[in-house]
Design a protein around this ligand. Structure first.
Ligand SMILES: *Cc1c(COP(=O)(O)O)cnc(C)c1O
Length: 401
């Protein structure tokens, strides 16, 4: 007899062997307050109504499920794109920030903090703070601020204060440290919005629940379009793993649906410039949870590399580490070059410029074998406007050869 696997978080905050809340003692009350309240609040009818009303009228959900005819022809199968790129602010991240700002309000918080690397999560956070008229402070490494100036300007325009993190390498890790320090000092009035399925419990589960609207809609849309709620494949890119978690969630128990998580291999898995955590990662603690992460022999976190800022993270969330260990999901890695090629191809075939992150999911199609009857659902996590400069450079380089 086959034993049924459990893919959900347990009451201790673990997905199988991964997760938990390894927080410094000073932070314990903040995390505990969330832990005691998040499920109760999320399940309130009034919360669900506010959440879904905003997703509909502000974000523009449901996002369409689009049959990509020319791409399907190329792979001789049936490919459907879940159009998270059409959401307000251009990606899936807004689903989570809407959920968390409502939760913060319900907990009586008057101030929001966040950390951001490339600025995409910072923009999604600043957006919902403007929407609600709540003070917003975003920590960002000084080096990242210089690299991602347009997003810094967006956040400022939206009324957020962007605080440069000046320690260490002046990137995401340092911004996270600053945000945690702030949270410890402002526990009573402040909520910390984390942008992916990472961090201490209950964040991974909470963020996944907010993002699960993606697969909830997919089931209905697939039924309407194919006569079956369950596809043969769901494919999504994984940085921390929030868009993939949302796209997988309502298919976890499906016998039919294979889940495919696509990681960034950067300049090559073993090049020393990669973010392929499922291949290179070992178990350890990162951002207060036990998960798979890239580290040296003596446990120092190694720098991740990917051409796409959103996938440039040295770990994966505990939910994905569990899917990897139990083999519920297949992990595929895609290099910078492969992702760039896929982005240009999809743009030409479908008239859709995908985000570089999402382009990794498209590039995985080349590494898979499909039947003509298969139904493939690919989560198009965001739009590529932000990546235009990189695409143009690549286009010019290709033309010269
Ligand atoms: C941030 C981002 C990602 C990566 O984050 P996940 O939490 O892994 O989803 C992927 N795609 C886009 C468009 C993003 O902005």
């Amino acid at each position: 007899m086959k034993t049924k696997r459990n893919y959900y978080v347990n009451e201790k905050g673990y997905f199988g062997n991964f997760g938990g809340a390894f927080v410094p003692e000073l932070l314990y009350p903040n995390v505990d307050e969330l832990n005691q309240n998040y499920l109760k609040i999320i399940n309130e009818a009034s919360f669900q109504k506010k959440f879904h009303d905003l997703l509909k009228d502000y974000v523009g959900r449901p996002s369409p499920l689009y049959y990509a005819k020319r791409l399907s022809k190329k792979y001789n199968t049936n490919i459907y794109l879940k159009r998270e790129d059409l959401n307000h602010t251009g990606a899936h991240k807004i689903n989570n920030t809407i959920g968390q700002i409502l939760l913060a309000q319900r907990l009586g918080k008057k101030r929001i903090i966040a950390e951001t690397g490339a600025g995409q999560h910072g923009v999604a956070t600043a957006t919902v703070c403007a929407l609600m008229g709540i003070e917003c402070v975003v920590y960002m490494g000084k080096v990242d601020m210089q690299r991602q100036l347009p997003n810094v300007e967006r956040m400022r325009l939206l009324g957020a204060t962007v605080v440069p993190a000046l320690s260490g390498s002046q990137t995401l890790k340092d911004a996270t440290n600053e945000a945690i320090r702030d949270w410890i000092n402002n526990i009573d009035n402040t909520h910390y919005i984390i942008g992916s399925v990472v961090g201490p419990h209950p964040y991974p589960d909470m963020v996944m629940q907010f993002q699960s609207v993606i697969s909830e809609e997919m089931r209905k849309q697939l039924l309407e379009k194919t006569g079956n709620e369950e596809p043969d494949y769901v494919i999504a890119c994984v940085g921390g793993g929030s868009n993939a978690a949302g796209a997988f969630y309502h298919f976890l128990e499906s016998e039919r649906t294979k889940l495919v998580a696509v990681e960034a291999a950067g300049e090559g898995i073993h090049s020393g410039k990669s973010a392929a955590t499922s291949v290179l990662g070992k178990i350890g603690v990162l951002h207060a949870c036990k998960t798979l992460l890239m580290q040296t022999e003596d446990g120092q976190i190694t720098e991740a590399h990917s051409i796409s800022a959103g996938l440039d993270y040295p770990g994966i969330g505990p939910f994905h580490a569990h899917l990897h260990e139990t083999r519920r999901a297949e992990f595929i890695s895609v290099t910078d070059e492969e992702a760039l090629g896929a982005a240009l191809e999809v743009t030409k075939l479908e008239g859709i410029i995908p985000a570089l992150e999402s382009a990794h999911a498209f590039a995985a199609l080349d590494k898979m074998k499909f039947k003509t009857t298969d139904v493939v659902a690919l989560n198009l996590s965001g739009r590529g406007d932000k990546d235009l400069e990189t695409y143009i450079k690549h286009l010019n380089a290709v033309k010269q050869h």
